[in-house]
Design a protein around this ligand. Structure first.
Ligand code: DQA
Length: 144
């Protein structure tokens, strides 16, 4: 089975009831379905992991070396998630960082991502659509 890793960090399991004016009303289950739909015709499946703690996200990355690529929304771990960064440095496939909100239009502490330099690309500010676009990008990156 070919799987795409969909990794979401702290506070992203409560999408749909979390600051909807910032993050929108789509739930994580809605996003999973959207990504599933985007990759269905290439025969990939979604391995969705959302965790509140960095260690568990690292385990998911390490357990995901056999996945075809990854979409990563690290939440606030973008700011200082150095251990997650090191885990992603050893992830052997392309991965894309996604943020629902435009982090550069928000508080200054959200303007740095320690992960982004390692990502194949970064999408921010497009809401749930960002995940769909990331899945589409991975389709072509993996095919290359
Ligand atoms: C977020 C942006 C982060 O700054 C924030 O801590 C989140 C969500 C986003 O998707 O816009 O948890 O990653």
């Amino acid at each position: 089975m070919t799987e795409l890793l969909l990794l979401n960090g702290p506070n992203l399991g409560i999408l749909g009831r979390r600051e909807t004016e910032v993050y929108g009303t789509d739930t994580l289950a809605d996003i999973e379905q959207m990504v599933e739909k985007e990759i269905a015709d290439v025969g990939w499946q979604v391995r969705s992991v959302q965790r509140e703690s960095e260690g568990e996200l690292i385990t998911a990355v390490q357990d995901g070396y056999d996945t075809v690529g990854a979409i990563v929304n690290p939440g606030a771990l973008m700011i200082a998630g150095w251990s997650l960064r090191d885990a992603l440095a050893n992830y052997p496939k392309p991965w894309i960082e996604v943020h629902l909100s435009n982090v550069w239009a928000r508080e200054r502490f959200r303007h740095e991502s320690v992960l982004a330099p390692l990502a194949s690309g970064l999408i921010a500010g497009l809401g749930a659509t960002g995940y769909v676009l990331a899945a589409r990008a991975l389709r072509s990156l993996v095919a290359d």
